[in-house]
Write a protein that binds this ligand. Structure first.
Ligand code: ARG
Length: 391
């Protein structure tokens, strides 16, 4: 029996290598997918072999993550419950896809992942694996074994498995789009998250940061005039904006598995890009388009969070988003400091804004007669209804 395991290099998946090998008498093949987390993939590979893997794959999926996932999070303004830019949620389907690709190559139906039975990630992994391989046999060791974190450490020590010396006591998930922080004492939502929990957003620069972001059909392509790939642009913003202490999200979030959990995020690039993108959409859309897009965005965001990446509606909504974003080109100027960000101005060749029409000082004015006629007809429904009800 051969099992292909999605391998993050953390405690759970490292222990899982040995556990799978012992429990199923299996050959374990590990897959580490680079979605922009700050890991040393050479070390990860060594650790996998030391824990007992027979073969290891490292797959660089950063470009694909940016193109197929992050780009749409921007186009669809994906902020779960208005605040969380879906960083962890978006990477899961891609990690699962890459793991299944390896399973196919290795000619096995056994696919394993490290998620527990309490999280959203198991839902995302299981459904993504099944979408890619309907006959897959999924094994989630952490849903089967009855080990606590301490038990896992003990198991690892006893079996001589080198575990990663965790740099923090929290449960961290990191990729190009964000850093998620949960667990330990901050699992209590009344407890303030201490400064040492953060890594991307420690304030080291004072003053204000000014950025001009250019979008082409909804996708950011330049910062301060400099053209960058989406991967580089996101990296650049995470690092630059983070230095000003901006990009933290505090969230008591409704998980798909039925309960609330306390999570913090460091997502500087995501917050800046989504805010700027929203501003540009507002600039070019008709009010009807703007209102409709919000509904499409919210639906897309819930599907992604809830593990339904392979629900056909998700793709349909993206097509709608893309079609509408044909006109979302232009530049947005923003200012950032530790306290927040604000939009300074925007410009788009597709903006229907007209100075002549909007200005109080010049140009076109409706006549008194036009204004009266408009207002009378505009309010007719409401006033007639009110009259028959209240006299
Ligand atoms: N709550 C987030 C989500 O469901 C992140 C989950 C992983 N978080 C973590 N700190 N390990 O998408």
């Amino acid at each position: 029996m051969k099992i292909v395991l999605a391998y993050s290099g953390g405690l759970d998946t490292t222990v899982a290598i040995r556990w799978l090998k012992e429990t199923f008498n299996a050959d374990v093949v590990t897959v580490s997918v680079d979605v922009g987390q700050s890991d040393d993939f050479k070390k990860l590979e060594e650790r996998a072999y030391l824990a007992g893997a027979v073969k290891h794959y490292t797959i660089d999926a950063k470009e694909e993550f940016a193109k197929r996932f992050i780009a749409y999070d921007i186009i669809m303004n994906g902020l779960y419950e208005d605040v969380y830019p879906l960083s962890t949620a978006l990477a899961r389907p891609l990690i699962a896809e890459k793991t299944v690709e390896v399973a196919k190559k290795e000619e096995t139906e056994y696919v394993a992942h490290g998620s527990t039975s309490k999280g959203n990630d198991q839902v995302r992994f299981d459904l993504a694996i099944k979408a890619m391989m309907p006959n897959a046999k999924i094994i989630a060791p952490a849903r089967i074994w009855k080990m606590t974190r301490e038990d896992e450490v003990k198991y690892a020590r006893e079996s001589g498995i080198p575990i990663k010396v965790e740099s923090t006591k929290y449960s961290i998930d990191e990729n190009l789009w964000g850093r998620s922080i949960e667990g330990d004492e901050i699992a209590d939502p009344s407890v303030e998250v201490p400064e040492e929990a953060f890594e991307w957003t420690r304030r080291v620069k004072q003053g204000k940061l000014r950025l001009s972001i250019e979008f082409d059909r909804g996708i950011p392509i330049r910062v301060n005039g400099e053209k960058m790939s989406l991967v580089d642009l996101v990296k650049f913003l995470n690092s630059e904006v983070g230095k000003y202490g901006f990009g933290r999200v505090e969230h008591l979030e409704n998980r798909v598995v039925g309960f609330k959990s306390r999570e913090n995020y460091e997502v500087p690039a995501a917050l800046v890009l989504i805010s700027a993108h929203k501003d540009l959409e507002k600039t070019v859309y008709t009010p009807l388009e703007l209102r409709f897009k919000k509904v499409a965005d919210a639906q897309w965001t819930d599907l992604v969070y809830q593990g339904l990446w392979y629900e056909p509606l998700r793709e349909t909504l993206q097509l709608v988003g893309e079609q509408m974003n044909k006109w979302v080109s232009g530049e947005v100027k923003v200012e950032i400091d530790g306290n927040g960000m604000r939009i300074l101005g925007r410009d788009s060749k597709y903006s229907p804004y007209s100075d002549k029409i909007a200005s109080y000082n010049k140009g076109w004015y409706p006549t008194d007669e036009m204004a009266r006629g408009f207002i009378e007809i505009w309010g007719l429904h409401s006033l007639l209804t009110r009259q028959v009800r209240y006299g």
